[in-house]
Ligand binder design. Structure first.
Ligand code: ZN
Length: 251
């Protein structure tokens, strides 16, 4: 099983959540919302084979935390994975759009400069802008659009640029989400939970939601779960070898 966008550090007991992830045997991208949260969150994943920690600066926190961009740059050498980053064009965040654009640009520049990263990207109400920014920074690495709700035209453009998509149950339950997933090549899809948000398993890791996502995706792809699982695992392996090529500082 694969959960390529999960906020492990935002569970009430992250260590326990990591134990539950280990027990479930799920491969997890543990994203962070601020650079300051990265070192401690990376520590939780130490010695755990299936958890990778991403360095992030959530667009909804940019107004408050843009001062951490320099810390982001300093920490970027320690991981091949970046997220959650991006732009949020929702009403509450629209007043900080310029700052969000600037920070996202800085992040993509930094990723390009260091030789590329795998990026988990937020694009709520800003898919066009996010795709334009990625288009200007093609050397930033492999972009994975998380919980994408943009138009099919934007999705097509993203696919054309080499972007991937991580999809969860809410997308698989919506008509729009389903048509988008159908449109994207199967070798560009990974599953995600965005837990502890968008899941209702209380304080626990939502292993059942990951299984349900696989079931829903099988139905949409019209193939059995073994085949779906094989496809997703192949995708993760392919992404893993892309990531291996990105240089990191060993800590
Ligand atoms: Zn998230």
């Amino acid at each position: 099983m694969i959960d390529f966008h999960c906020h492990v550090d935002l569970f009430p007991s992250p260590e326990l959540t990591a134990d539950e992830i280990d027990l479930a045997g799920t491969y997890v991208l543990s994203v962070t919302n601020t650079p300051k949260a990265f070192p401690k969150t990376a520590q939780i994943a130490k010695g755990r084979k299936r958890i990778r920690t991403a360095l992030g600066l959530h667009p909804q926190l940019v107004a408050e935390r843009h001062g951490e961009v320099s810390l982001f740059r300093r920490l970027l050498g320690e991981t091949r994975y970046v997220g959650e980053v991006g732009i949020d064009g929702g009403d509450e965040n629209a007043k900080h759009l310029d700052l969000q654009r600037e920070v996202f640009n800085d992040i993509l520049d930094a990723c390009a400069k260091i030789g590329g990263r795998v990026l988990s990207i937020h694009s709520r109400h800003a898919s066009g802008e996010v795709i334009e920014a990625l288009d200007r920074h093609r050397d930033a690495g492999v972009a994975i659009l998380h919980w994408f709700t943009g138009s099919l035209t934007h999705a097509d453009k993203a696919v054309g640029m080499g972007a991937w998509f991580s999809v969860g149950l809410p997308m698989l339950k919506s008509k729009r989400g389903k048509s988008l997933i159908k449109r994207v090549p199967r070798d560009r899809i990974l599953t995600e939970t965005d837990a502890p948000f968008a899941s209702n398993s209380g304080d626990h890791y939502p292993a059942a939601a990951v299984a349900d996502t696989l079931t829903a995706l099988s139905r949409l792809w019209d193939c059995d779960e073994i085949e779906t699982r094989r496809q997703l695992q192949g995708n993760l392996r392919a992404l893993g070898s892309r990531a291996e090529a990105f240089k990191v500082r060993l800590t």
